[in-house]
Design a protein around this ligand. Structure first.
Ligand code: ZN
Ligand code: ZN
Length: 250
């Protein structure tokens, strides 16, 4: 091979390698450590171990973890005066550190390499909440179609599909639709969130009598307003009860 050809091949190889690293990096994406952990080539042992699973005690209704021992009359600061339409909500891990970075990376920077880690944290973290639980379908919190096209994916749908597959349940992404685009909720308080979400969703349950208990899935629960609005819409469409599961809890 002539020198010029070799140079071109070399340049192409380097280009392909850096493209592969972008899609599937082999270096901790949090701290830059090049010795990655056994499960994922994009996280080191330390960063992998820093993920905080949610452990009891927590609020029976919204799943907010409390620190220390909780008396019988303890009221949850998140939901003691809120009307929440789901039966209960539970989450796998805290929305902080590595988990926050991963959720934002996938959502806003299209970092697809986080998907296996997000799915694994979700499936492992919510498995015990489903023991003995009777649900008929798994429904993700939908994005408005315009927002979904901009982002290219809906994280809630990825998680819901993974859970449905793992549990052998039907995945039902079209049962719930977001019919009105809503402002991003990040900077809104609970009242503003509820106003922002009014009439944002529409639901149509399958016409089989067996579908009455719905498992609703989202990526993050902050105040529970979105999940509550979705649950209200599902119940108005005939669902008897809605159990909400999220990957992370703010
Ligand atoms: Zn690291
Ligand atoms: Zn609560």
């Amino acid at each position: 091979m002539r020198g010029a050809d070799q140079a071109i091949v070399g340049r192409l190889r380097r280009l392909l390698r850096s493209a592969a690293d972008l899609v599937w990096p082999r270096q901790c994406q949090i701290c830059g450590e090049t010795r990655f952990c056994e499960r994922f080539a994009f996280l080191c042992d330390g960063c992998f171990a820093s993920v905080s699973p949610i452990v009891p005690p927590w609020c029976e209704r919204c799943g907010l973890p409390f620190s220390g021992l909780v008396g019988e009359n303890a009221s949850c600061p998140n939901c003691h005066d809120a009307v929440l339409e789901f039966e209960r909500a539970r989450a796998a891990v805290r929305f902080r550190g590595v988990v926050r970075r991963a959720i934002h990376g996938l959502k806003y920077r299209n970092e697809l390499f986080w998907i296996p880690a997000l799915e694994a944290w979700f499936l492992e973290g919510v498995a015990h909440h489903l023991e003995g639980e009777r649900v008929e379908i798994v429904v993700p919190v939908p994005l408005h179609p315009v927002r979904e096209r901009q982002r290219g994916l809906n994280q809630a749908a990825l998680l819901a599909r993974a859970l449905a597959r793992a549990r052998g349940l039907p995945f039902a992404p079209h049962v719930l639709e977001r019919v009105r685009p809503t402002e991003t909720q990040t900077c809104l308080d609970r009242e503003e969130r509820q106003r922002n979400l009014r009439a944002a969703f529409r639901a149509r349950l399958p016409k089989t009598a067996a579908v009455r208990r719905v498992l609703l899935v989202d990526d993050v629960l902050t105040t529970g307003s979105t999940l509550s609005e979705c649950a209200a819409t599902l119940r108005a469409a005939g669902a008897e009860a809605v159990l909400a599961l999220t990957l992370a809890r703010g």
